[in-house]
Design a protein around this ligand. Sequence first.
Ligand SMILES: [Fe+2]
Ligand SMILES: [Fe+2]
Length: 245
Amino acid sequence: MQRQTHSKASSTRKAMKPAMAAKANNKNMKAATKRAKSKPTSIKKSSSAKGPDAITLLKDDHKDVAALFREYDAGKDKMSAARKEKLTEKICEELKIHMQIEEEIFYPAIEEQMADVEEVVGEAKVEHKTFKRLIRDIDSGSPADEEFDSDVKVLSEHVEHHVKEEEEELFPKVRKSGMDLKTLGTAMAKRKKELKTGKVAKDRATLDAVINTCVYQRINLRQIEKLRSGLCRLVEWQKSRAKGA
Ligand SMILES: [Fe+2]
Ligand SMILES: [Fe+2]
């Protein structure tokens, strides 16, 4: 009889368990949702965030590139080929780094934190693809080419339009969202520095040199792209090997 009572109590406890577990689960879900809604996840908040916030940093980049384009446009008819090459190299390098920090850090952060930016970020990424195509033409071309000045002009017009949209439509929304732009800016400045001065920049310079040689040797674009992705994989493999060593 005692055994029966014990068994009954045990089965009642067992029957209660799923209900209690569901309640606890529900509670955990609510807490997780509250946490997710409340603030940043992938960019760690830093109390010692220094330097410009994310939007100021991006606007400063926009200003710098616009000044370089103006310099090119104003002097293109009397500038030496060497100066043109140097100036366009700088423009392309600045743009590549700027797009990379937007695509790696800024765009994903705002997409994660804001509900209504998916479409505008999608369009921005497509526009970046157009810049990259033009940059590739300029990088592999020469100031002696007939279309060189036109390529630079078209790139500057596309960039001007893109910057206008970012600064007039996207950035004000991001500012209003109350995101932690200071911490985001610190992460972006760090990555920018890495890209400008670090090993990554050296690796890319090596790849660019190889690609330029291929262009000079008239190896077609498809083969160059294949070679580029192969070399990128090789660089990544070497990096992971060095980390593991
Ligand atoms: Fe952009
Ligand atoms: Fe931008």
